[in-house]
Each structure stands twice: as structure tokens, then as C-alpha cells.
Ligand binder design. Structure first.
Ligand code: SF4
Ligand code: SF4
Length: 498
């Protein structure tokens, strides 16, 4: 098993101004045991365009995560003022101007389908961009590595520190790192619970020790998982625990853009002496800087591998070397396997972003998106469900009329209290009695803003000769102020077994 911290051999000079890194890939191209022992990685800090994009992604995404629960959104009196809130207590999900009721859980399903299709599309176009730039495991690991670097230095300093005996300085550096890691992990868990209740209230109760025990348990679990996964497990989560590397293989074909070592240009590789020609050899000087910066410890020159998270840091590292040795950048670049093959045959590079699979994913993505948008824009704010009494099926009254009982559940999703008039359609001469209404003779139902109310309704019918044993009819609710209506079909039973 190769070791990544072998500092004993002298460094080889592989080109003018470039020394070979001692970094060894954790997944060499030669066959290895499936039960390989974990090798601790010391990724070197890369500099360049992709590292800068990763910094941007890190700040933006962490910012969104930590700041979102504090954003307020005025929904009127008595309504939660948190822009994004998962309110389990009242069975609601709030997302700015959207309020999802439990009956509308299909919106969440639609959102998940949309996210999955977006991921499929991005992967078939640009490989594992999600893993490299937006996955929470990548983001937090990146942050933890930067903290480690702040206290212990870059790659070589960290390796030296790990091999050095335990001195006060080493204890101070290691302890400081773990304290900051734990602080970040706790902030991560702390931010998580803010999404489930009014954030300022939760923060105040939590800090004063008055929050429910479940809050403390959740924060403890999130703190431990963040600290452990980002601080200790790191690339092992991506390699062994995450199913996405296996699934994404189905979305990638030879025309998908991936972080690619252009072996048509790089091989045969080897050290280069100043003043000698580049003819008859490749541009790769075997400096292993691409391996040294890799957060999963692989050698991209072995080809696309399951472990590669597509972070592109090896592109930055190699570009820096290419500048030093005065060769064109892009020996490692976003490219396709098909292009490498084309160039080897003397053909020109060609990018086929529009392929059957990308078109299918894009069309499905757009279709689900439009459907969701249409459904949200035409969302009903007044709804009604009807449940007919089973026992007894019907009651014959002293005047010969037949009465059926129903429970009506009215959903008022608006921010205003509603006065609703209940009527029955498709029965010849219905008589409606509403139990529990302010005026028992009235068919006006009052439902407060953003609430669900149940009403016990009796419908009696005297003109039985016009009815079948089971007659289908309609309950209609109409808002007296807005004329908005809701309808629900029901059955009226006028004969047969009671
Ligand atoms: S091989 Fe390159 S793109 Fe893949 S994980 Fe390593 S550094 Fe990132
Ligand atoms: S691909 Fe680039 S960074 Fe990697 S060993 Fe070759 S020259 Fe060095």
C-alpha cells in the first residue's frame, strides 16, 4: 500500500522550477484489495479559476443555509413570519409566498422529481458538478480542510506535524482545530432546528436552556455527524457511503463533459530537462501536483474513476504547472472521452451537448417545472372534503322524509376569515341542517383564516319518488365576499338496508 507521508526520499526535479510531489494515488491503476486500509489524505491547497469557483460556492451555499431561517415574511396577523418554515405542529410548510398544506404534499413530490431531473441533466452535461461544488458533504469537508490548514499549515506542514512528537505547540494546534470544527458542527446543527420553529424564539429558548429536549438531541446528533463526516470521514463518505457515484455512472456517456486528463496530449509522460525539445513526448512531467491537491486522493491520469467528485482542483494544479514550464494550459480540463479518442485519430474536438439523453432530461425537467408553476398559480384556496355517515345509512323522519348525515371538512387556505354559504345541488327538495354553526338554521359556515373546520351536516329529502336508492349530488360552498366556490360530490341514500 503506498504511503502518502513518505518524506524520507529526496524530491525529484521533474522540470525547470518544478519538483515532483510525493503524493501517491489511493486508487492505483493496479488491482488492489477490496478491503484497502484507509490512508489519511493531506490535500494541498490549489490556486486558480476552479478553486475560486469553489470558494464562491462555499460562501454562497453556507450563507444560504445559515441565513435563510432568519429571513422574515409578512403573512398577516396570527401567521408565522418566517420565510422558510417547516411547521410540523400545524402541518404546514412555508416557502416565502407559498404555503403547502398536508393535502398538497404532491408539491413536495414534484419538487423532489424536479431536483432529481435537474441533477440528471447537469450530470449528463457536465459530470459530477453537484458532487464537486454543491453537495453538503463536499462543502463542509472543504470548510473543515481550510480550518485544518489555518492551524496546521498546507500539505507538507500537516504531514510533518502528524509525524512530530506531541509538544505543547502540536497540542495547541490540534486542540484549536478540533474546537473550531466542533463550533462549526454545532452551528450547523443549531441552524438546522431553526427551520422548524420561529428562529429567534428557538435561538433564545435554546441558549437559555428552555428549548424542548428534542431540540438539544437534534443539535447533538447534527453536531456529531457534521464533525465526524466532514472532519474525519471526508472522502470515505463519497467513496463508500454515497450511492450517487454508482447511479451517476448511468447518466454519463463518452460525450459527457468530465474532468479529463488529455492523455492524447500528456503521454508519454516523464521529467523534462530545460533546453530539451518537447517533440516526441507528452506535456505531463509527472510532477503529481494533480494528485497532491485531489481531495479524494486519486490520480486523474488513470482515467475517470468512481472516487472522482469532479471538483476540478487537479485542473488548477496542472494549469499552474503548465504555466511554469511554458506549455499551454488544459492538459487536464473539462473534456469528453470521445474527444480524446477523436484527437488520437487526428480528428478535431467536437462537443455534443445536445444528445438524446440531455434532450429527454431537459424536456422532462421543463415539463415538470411548468406543471408545478401552473398548479401553484392556479392553486385552490378553498377546499372541501365530505365524509358520509355509515351508521345508520339513513333515517326516516316522522313526516316521511329521509335524512342522511355528513361530516364536511372545510379548508380555508387564505389569510382572511371566510363566511361560506353551503348549498346542495342535484336533489329535488333538500333541507340542510348545520350542527355546530352559530345559528343552527343557517347554512352559513364561518371558517377562520388558514384553518380547517369540521361541520356536521344533515340533509333531508321529502320528494323520494324522484330519487334512486343511491343518488349522486353536489355540495357547493360559496364565499359571500369573493364568490370563490368549492364543490364536493356525495351520495344520498334513500332506501335499502339501514
Ligand atoms: S481527480 Fe481532480 S476532479 Fe477528481 S476529485 Fe480529484 S481533484 Fe477533483
Ligand atoms: S497531469 Fe499535470 S499536474 Fe498531473 S502530473 Fe502531469 S503535469 Fe503534473
Amino acid at each position: 500500500m503506498p504511503t502518502l507521508i513518505d518524506n524520507t526520499e529526496p524530491r525529484k526535479k521533474v522540470a525547470e522550477g518544478v519538483e515532483q510531489s510525493r503524493a501517491q494515488a489511493t486508487s492505483p491503476s493496479t488491482p488492489q484489495s477490496l478491503y484497502a486500509k484507509h490512508v489519511k489524505l493531506y490535500p494541498k491547497l490549489a490556486h486558480g479559476t476552479f478553486r475560486n469557483i469553489k470558494w464562491l460556492a462555499l460562501f454562497v451555499l453556507l450563507g444560504i443555509y445559515y441565513i435563510t431561517p432568519w429571513i422574515r415574511w409578512d403573512r398577516g396577523p396570527g401567521q408565522p413570519s418566517q420565510a422558510v418554515l417547516v411547521d410540523f405542529e400545524n402541518a404546514r410548510f412555508y416557502f416565502f409566498f407559498i404555503e403547502i398544506w398536508p393535502q398538497e404534499v404532491y408539491y413536495i413530490t414534484g419538487l423532489l422529481i424536479l431536483a432529481a431531473l435537474g441533477l440528471f441533466l447537469a450530470t449528463s452535461l457536465f459530470g459530477r458538478v453537484w458532487c464537486g461544488y454543491a453537495c453538503p458533504q463536499t462543502i463542509w469537508t472543504d470548510l473543515f480542510i481550510q480550518v485544518e490548514k489555518f492551524f496546521e499549515g498546507d500539505r507538507n506542514a500537516r504531514m510533518r506535524l502528524d509525524k512530530a512528537p506531541w509538544t505543547t505547540k502540536k497540542i495547541f494546534k490540534k486542540t484549536s482545530k478540533h474546537i473550531v470544527w466542533l463550533f462549526i458542527a454545532m452551528a450547523t446543527g443549531g441552524a438546522w432546528i431553526l427551520y422548524f420553529h420561529d428562529a429567534p424564539t428557538v435561538a433564545r429558548d435554546f441558549l437559555s436552556g428552555h428549548a424542548p429536549m428534542t431540540s438539544y438531541i437534534f443539535v447533538a446528533i447534527m453536531t456529531f455527524t457534521t464533525y465526524w463526516l466532514a472532519g474525519h470521514m471526508r472522502e470515505q463518505v463519497c467513496t463508500y457511503m454515497c450511492p450517487w457515484p454508482r447511479i451517476q455512472a448511468a447518466m454519463i456517456d463518452e460525450e459527457a463533459l468530465n474532468v479529463t486528463y488529455r492523455y492524447d496530449r500528456g503521454e508519454p509522460r516523464g521529467a523534462h530537462k530545460k533546453g530539451t525539445t518537447w517533440d516526441g513526448r507528452g506535456d505531463c512531467i509527472d510532477c503529481r501536483q494533480c494528485v497532491a491537491v485531489c481531495p479524494v486522493g486519486i490520480d486523474i491520469r488513470d482515467g475517470l474513476q468512481l472516487e472522482c467528485i469532479g471538483c476540478s482542483l487537479c485542473i488548477d494544479a496542472c494549469d499552474e504547472i503548465m504555466v511554469k514550464i511554458d506549455r499551454p494550459k488544459g492538459l487536464i480540463a473539462f473534456d469528453t472521452d470521445a474527444n480524446v479518442q477523436r484527437r488520437m485519430k487526428g480528428e478535431k474536438s467536437r462537443y455534443n451537448l445536445i444528445r438524446p439523453r440531455t434532450v429527454i432530461y431537459a424536456v422532462l425537467f421543463a415539463a415538470v417545472g411548468v406543471l408545478m408553476l401552473y398548479s401553484l398559480m392556479n392553486r385552490v384556496m378553498l377546499d372541501m372534503n365530505v365524509l358520509r355517515d355509515r351508521l345508520p345509512n339513513y333515517v326516516t323522519l316522522s313526516d316521511g322524509a329521509v335524512r342522511n348525515g355528513y361530516t364536511i371538512k372545510v379548508l380555508n387556505k387564505s389569510a382572511e376569515e371566510r363566511n361560506l354559504v353551503l348549498t346542495v345541488e342535484d336533489l329535488p327538495s333538500p333541507n340542510i341542517t348545520v350542527m355546530g354553526a352559530l345559528d343552527k338554521q343557517s347554512t352559513t359556515l364561518r371558517v377562520p383564516a388558514d384553518e380547517t373546520r369540521d361541520f356536521k351536516i344533515y340533509v333531508s329529502e321529502s320528494q323520494l319518488s324522484n330519487l334512486d336508492q343511491k343518488t349522486d349530488f353536489n355540495f357547493k360552498l360559496e364565499d359571500m365576499d369573493t364568490s370563490e366556490t368549492a364543490n364536493a360530490r356525495a351520495i344520498f341514500i334513500s332506501g335499502g338496508p339501514k
